[in-house]
Design a protein around this ligand. Structure first.
Ligand code: SF4
Length: 259
């Protein structure tokens, strides 16, 4: 039977790792303190494809039953103590979600990791399809200028249920992001993978309008799916959408990154 993504609030099975903090091939430092992700995105999720390819998980069902790295905080303390030069910034997460919907243990560990890093003077950037916790606004606990991001590729809940079945609703993500913005925190809308009209007809301007308060927008197309990219019309579509993002960001004084 197929796992129901996002369904569990039960304690997670733990795994042990030998290392935690690393520099990714993308050039920035990351922490991935969970194996798997109950959001179960079907774009497909690149982290899922890699975990399956390398034999770390068997299949989609196993991916949707995340396992927390039980020794993550211990490892982080050891690794920070050993480093002669600390990274300026650490990203959570590249291969899982730090505020996974319905997984309070994951969120609690993410907060503890960010707290540890901030108290060493290391900024964090976080990206989630869950709800960013209100605690992140607490400057005594999180003194650095962290960046708080949500993934947002649509406002259509039917689309979300099909493609991001275990994730939080779009409205919940936006509310949590706005709360951090109103508390003076830096915020980011990560619009990737943006669907082509062959997958979903929608207006990008309507999505941007919902997050016009953010400091930063990242926009990119849809990769790793055979339904996108072969048609030259897709490239033209993404050029037009990039222009929409660029114009919107210029009008609203928002930093903008286009892939
Ligand atoms: S939220 Fe991210 S890590 Fe989790 S399944 Fe979706 S794409 Fe993969």
């Amino acid at each position: 039977m197929e796992a129901v993504p996002g369904a569990s609030e039960k304690p997670l099975n733990a795994i042990e790792r030998k290392t935690l903090l690393y520099k990714s091939g993308l050039g920035f430092h990351c922490i991935n303190h969970v194996l798997g992700c109950s959001h179960g995105c079907r774009y497909p999720c690149y982290a899922f494809l890699m975990a399956r390819h390398h034999g770390r998980i068997r299949d989609y069902e196993e991916w949707c039953r995340p396992r927390i790295v039980g020794n993550a905080l211990e490892l982080l303390d050891q690794e920070l103590a050993r480093k002669r030069v600390l990274p300026d910034c650490v990203h959570l997460c590249l291969t899982t979600d730090p505020f996974m919907n319905g997984q309070p243990e994951v969120g609690a560990m993410s907060l503890a990791i960010i707290e540890r890093l901030n108290h060493c003077g290391i900024e964090c950037s976080v990206l989630t399809k869950g709800r960013l916790p209100a605690e992140l606004a607490d400057r005594r606990r999180f003194p650095c200028d962290n960046t708080h991001g949500i993934s947002l590729v649509s406002l259509d809940e039917d689309f979300r249920r099909e493609w991001e079945p275990g994730a939080a609703s779009y409205a919940e993500r936006i509310v949590a992001l706005r709360r951090l913005h109103e508390a003076g925190r830096r915020t980011l809308a990560h619009i990737e993978p943006y669907p082509t009209p062959s997958i979903l007809e929608q207006e990008l301007a309507e999505i941007l309008a919902e997050v016009k308060f953010v400091d930063h927008v990242y926009f990119s197309g849809w990769n790793y799916n055979p339904r996108v990219g072969r048609d030259p019309a897709d490239a033209a579509f993404y050029r037009r959408q990039s222009a929409v993002v660029r114009r919107f960001c210029a009008q609203h004084g928002i930093d903008c990154d286009l892939a």
